[in-house]
Design a binder for this molecule. Structure first.
Ligand code: ZN
Length: 241
């Protein structure tokens, strides 16, 4: 069986539709979301309404929290803060309630799902170094923990003695090893690859695969500008930064 993990959609419907079309072409059993449904992009309601009936589980992200007024904007840069305020007034009551009820962390089909760090999901810490990852391994009991937040895909592999970091697209799950996997962002990639990203879990081949896809970036950019959001949020999409 294969499963899809999407993360950090950030209201980018054009990127999300490209990812969902790819998922539909493959034999995918179920799907989950690691949060940041909204913030930055022009289609927060459409992204929630499109994903919600398709996903088995989801966790809340810091931009989801900010958009429903549950996170102080002092920690955000000015563009992120103004996007959060725009999203706040744009979200429907039903979509707000949906975000409001999402957990910080959840166990799903034997994997741990969290937006930021499994040790302190509500502190929105980034897991970027091998030292960070080593500290996090004791914060979950599952073999694989899937995270988003950094928009920088990669995987930390712990073999009970040392930590290895890899940016390879395919990760083989080895017996006795444990994994902390950062899933790529659907709607705002920041690893200099502007393509939309998501992850496939294959139970039969015991592999995790990062997938990247072209999407209509021009349209996503145009819609951000038309919505009156900061133009930098449109520009950065073409660079994947
Ligand atoms: Zn994000």
């Amino acid at each position: 069986m294969r499963h899809a993990v999407v993360s950090d959609i950030h209201g980018n419907l054009e990127a999300l539709l490209s990812v969902l079309a790819d998922i539909e072409r493959r034999d995918i059993e179920s799907m989950v979301c690691l949060g940041d449904f909204v913030g930055y992009g022009a289609s927060p309601n459409e992204c929630i309404e499109t994903l919600r009936p398709l996903i088995e589980a989801a966790v809340i992200g810091n931009h989801d929290m900010a958009a429903i007024g549950r996170l102080r904007l002092a920690s955000f840069n000015p563009d992120a803060a103004s996007a959060a305020m725009w999203t706040d007034v744009t979200l429907t009551a039903e979509n707000r309630a949906y975000l409001q009820n999402l957990p910080y962390s959840v166990s799903w089909r034997g994997h741990r799902l969290v937006h930021a760090s499994p040790s302190n999901p509500e502190e929105w810490r980034y897991v970027l170094s091998q030292e960070d990852a080593e500290e996090e391994m004791s914060a979950f009991t599952e073999r694989v923990c899937l995270i988003g937040h950094s928009h920088y895909p990669g995987a930390f592999e712990w073999n009970a003695r040392r930590m290895r970091y890899t940016r390879e697209a395919e990760i083989r799950i080895e017996e006795g090893h444990r994994y902390l996997v950062n899933v790529a962002s659907v709607g705002q990639p920041r690893d200099s690859d502007p393509r939309a990203g998501y992850l496939i879990i294959d139970d039969d081949s015991q592999t995790l695969t990062h997938v990247r896809l072209e999407y209509d970036i021009d349209r996503a950019m145009r819609r951000i500008v038309e919505a009156g959001l900061p133009s930098f949020l449109a520009e950065r999409l073409q660079w994947g930064e």
